[in-house]
Write a protein that binds this ligand. Structure first.
Ligand code: SAH
Length: 196
């Protein structure tokens, strides 16, 4: 599995913000991701009242679904527009507050309290700010991370996981020499070495 042509590619935060501004968000799925339905039981494993993390969340509708099932959801996203669209799309009232530990960051929280979305880079966060999670939905997240930042991203994710947590990861399989990404191609062998 040769990812040589992608290894040095970088998508900047500015480019992500521009995608949201231009409405260039082909990655967003209004109906949610089919694999979410398929593996939801694996994520929940019969448990209720879980804390579920959505790294690089965009305006993923699965956040609303899990909150409606009684779980609490935490997401992180650099685009404030994405987060505002999330609350607007679902007609959810929310309030905004600064995050004292991170200058310039904001937390947008549903008035009902069970959806908290951080507007900042995921690399600004830590388990001392977020706590730990029982489950992670990683779709369009690891595969959107710049290849050079993968180790850092995964190390952070591991520190955010509670002992008996489940991590659902969606990747995309394709020929990395024919498409520059994102999503980037993350070979299974690399997933194994990253997560150990
Ligand atoms: N998981 C979502 C969105 C996937 S696209 C979904 O399933 O629809 C990747 C998202 O990550 C984009 O919305 C982009 O703005 C955001 N993003 C990119 N780099 C980020 C970073 N360092 N920290 C937080 N969000 C980031």
């Amino acid at each position: 599995s040769d990812i040589g042509s992608q290894r040095d590619r970088v998508v900047t935060e500015e480019e992500w913000l521009q995608k949201w501004e231009m409405g260039n968000i082909g990655f967003h799925k209004d109906q949610g991701h089919p694999l979410f339905q398929k593996y939801l039981d694996v994520l929940l494993n019969g448990r209720s009242g879980l804390r579920i993390f959505f790294p690089l969340c965009g305006k993923a509708v699965e956040m609303k679904w899990l909150a409606d099932m009684g779980h609490s959801v935490v997401g992180v996203e650099v685009s404030e527009q994405a987060l505002k669209e999330f609350f607007a799309d679902h007609s959810l009232p929310y309030c905004e507050q600064p995050v004292p530990e991170i200058s310039g960051a904001k937390k947008l929280q549903s008035t009902s309290g069970n959806i908290s979305l951080y507007c900042c880079s995921i690399y600004d966060l830590s388990s001392s700010i977020l706590g730990k999670f029982d489950g992670v939905w990683d779709r369009g997240a690891l595969v959107a991370v710049n290849p050079r930042d993968r180790q850092r991203y995964v190390s952070l994710m591991i520190t955010l996981m509670e002992k008996n947590s489940s991590y659902l990861l969606v990747t995309v399989s394709y020929d990395p020499n024919k498409h520059k990404g994102p999503p980037f191609y993350v070979p299974e062998s690399e997933i194994k070495s990253l997560f150990g």
